[in-house]
Design a protein around this ligand. Structure first.
Ligand code: CUK
Ligand code: CUA
Ligand code: CA
Length: 609
């Protein structure tokens, strides 16, 4: 839906109000039958441990993508393919069955998304998952060594050195909770030996490239559009264990990493390792990085227990929120680089604005027109403020009020993101606000309340609340971008799986001792074979290829009493392995409505005693 920019000033006042709502700006939030959303949203899910795809502006949830935890619908955590990605114990059971996803971000090329990958963190068990965005599936999970409380992530946007690498090749990961290193039973009460690490993962191989030991902790992460800097806000520069200790300093910090220098240090062998881990660990502690000429990192001070760090779409600034201070801090990236180059004597001189914006500021997004939008957790508001005005005020013009507008949201907002806002092409149309509480906004459903994702029209001077959307707890972060930036594939390729059954004539059972392999095909409305016989004591590996190649023709496969259920999409192959322990007749059947004869789509597993 194109944005029609009709200047409201030339219209009579009553028409202005109507035009502004319906035409001058974002347009209607309603996506009518037969129409498609204009934007994709990638949503983290929180402690359901997966990710979600939403259509914006409708707010409709289109898909959930499992990664860290089992998913009964598609058989994630049950099929051999998904278990290999998730990681198993020696007995074949899953290593972890809980997760907590907070931050989701997509891969970049030339400052916008390239539609290739997205990543999400697991805060509980320190894992990073990657999604292939063409199939919208998880294809790799990396366990990050040595750390606990893996919170912020952000992909880089280009290489700091090689101009030809104008796309994402690294994902940065922050550690929030201090632990002994290695965490194997020593130094458990000696707080001075507990540390946090900042980790770099290779975007393609998903191997951990290096880690950096820091003072204090990491929270959220941001990266610069020139590839040179990554940063994390630090709320616990005090290295405190109890929250009063973590709140004792008036200012904490935004910690900047000089990526090119860190990677040179790794190349030069200037690193240590931790315990059994082979990952190189460089020293980014404050004491070791006082000399700008050699520093790998530098702290810029930010008041008090900051939450969130966000890069402006013009590439110039990072903005940290105060959380316990009613301010946002604007840091000019060129000045941080100037400090590393010896041209700025004090890193805090890179602070060029600190507007007062309201109580409990957390996360900030942008409209591409010079305005920032920050969630105010305690005020239950979003504040729109102008970045240039805030800079002018800080420079001395005290009469300026950079706050443009405040909007009540329902209630206690956390993350916020506007369309295309994490790219150079922020389009200032829609903004989503993730509210942690919903109280009276929906029909009561007992003590467990949904959360409330609200959509806001930001195309005009004032923000306009467009709709409320009940969500299952608890998405934290999300990114929204125009649909043209992502092309999905609607059907798998047979070659995606080395064991795909290409010809239904090859379907059937082979046996090696007690190991039985069943190669099966699905073609609506039948399976091939429609019957197979095994014996108690066998171990069956069943490999199912869906030979239907029609878009949307997904089949299911379930076996009663054997705890088997998974889906196969068009031309997809999946396998399951299970022990045969009960004799009898077991009807396997299609769980996913696929055909007029869907109910007839079944066959028998005959188990001899
Ligand atoms: S944190 Cu949840 S509201 Cu994990 Cu991104 Cu700020
Ligand atoms: Cu195949 Cu239902
Ligand atoms: Ca603090």
């Amino acid at each position: 839906m194109p944005v029609v920019q009709v200047p409201p000033a030339v219209l009579p006042a009553p028409v202005q109000a109507r035009v502004r709502r319906t035409r001058w700006g974002a347009g209607s939030v309603e996506v009518k039958p037969g129409e498609l959303d204009t934007h994709y949203g990638l949503w983290s899910s929180g402690h359901t441990g997966d990710a979600r795809i939403l259509g914006i502006p409708s707010g409709r949830e289109l898909l959930r993508i499992p990664c860290f935890v089992p998913d009964a619908l598609i058989g994630w955590g049950q099929t051999n393919e998904s278990k290999e990605i998730m990681g198993t114990r020696p007995d074949g059971s899953l290593e972890y069955t809980v997760a907590d996803t907070h931050h989701i971000h997509a891969s970049y090329k030339d400052g916008i998304y390239d539609g290739k990958y997205a990543w999400v963190n697991d805060k509980i068990n320190a894992r990073l998952a990657r999604f292939r965005l063409d199939y919208m599936i998880c294809d790799k999970i990396t366990k990050i060594p040595n750390i606990q409380g893996f919170h912020g992530i952000f992909p880089d946007k280009r290489d700091p050195v090689d101009p030809a690498i104008n796309y994402t090749t690294r994902v940065f990961c922050g550690q929030e909770f201090h632990v002994p290193m290695p965490n194997k039973g020593a130094d458990m009460t000696d707080n001075t030996k507990h540390h946090c690490l900042f980790t770099c993962v290779d975007a393609e191989t998903m191997d951990v490239r290096w880690q950096a030991r820091i003072d204090g902790n990491c929270d959220l992460i941001a990266t610069s559009f020139d590839g040179k800097l990554a940063a994390s806000n630090q709320y616990n520069t005090e290295n405190g264990v109890l929250y009063p200790e973590m709140m004792s300093a008036e200012r904490d910090a935004c910690l900047f990493f000089n990526i090119a220098r860190i990677e040179q240090a790794v190349k030069d062998g200037k690193f240590t390792t931790i315990g059994d881990s082979k990952v190189p660990v460089v020293d980014c502690t404050v004491e070791a990085n006082k000399d700008p000429a050699t520093a790998l990192s530098v702290r810029v001070s930010v008041p008090k227990n900051p939450h969130g760090v966000n890069a402006t779409p013009d590439g110039k600034y990072f903005i940290c929120s105060g959380k316990l201070s009613p301010t946002a801090t604007i840091i000019e990236l060129q000045k941080v680089l100037d400090w590393f180059d010896g041209k700025l004597d004090d890193p805090d001189k890179s602070i060029i604005g600190e507007p007062e914006i309201g109580l409990g500021p957390l996360h900030t997004t942008f409209d591409g027109r010079g305005n920032a939008y920050t969630t105010l957790f305690l005020d239950s508001q979003v504040v729109k403020w102008n970045i240039d005005q805030a800079i002018k005020k800080y420079a001395g013009d005290k009469a300026i009020n950079p706050v443009v507008h405040k909007l009540d949201v329902m209630y206690q907002p956390g993350h916020i993101n506007a369309t295309n806002a994490e790219t150079i092409a922020a389009d200032g149309i829609w903004m989503a606000v993730g509210n942690k509480f919903s109280k009276d906004r929906f029909l009561p459903v007992g003590p467990m309340h949904p959360e409330n994702d609200q959509l806001v029209d930001i195309s005009g001077d004032e923000m306009i609340l467009a709709h409320d959307n009940a969500v299952r707890p608890e998405p934290h972060d999300f990114v929204i971008f125009k649909r043209e930036w992502l092309q999905t594939k609607q059907v798998y390729a047979l070659d995606d799986h080395p064991l795909a059954l290409k010809d239904p004539k090859d379907a059937g059972v082979t046996r090696e001792g007690k190991k039985v392999t069943v190669r099966m095909a699905s073609i609506a409305p039948t399976y091939m074979p429609i019957e197979f016989t095994v014996k108690v004591g066998d171990e069956v590996t069943l490999i199912l290829t869906n030979l239907d190649k029609v878009e949307d023709l997904t089949h299911g496969f379930a076996i009663p009493e054997y705890n088997v259920q998974f889906l196969v999409n068009p031309l997809e192959t999946k396998s399951v392995t299970f022990k045969i322990d009960k004799p009898g007749v077991f009807w396997y059947y299609c769980t996913n409505f696929c055909h007029a004869l869907h109910l007839e789509m079944r066959g028998r597993m005959i188990v001899e005693a």
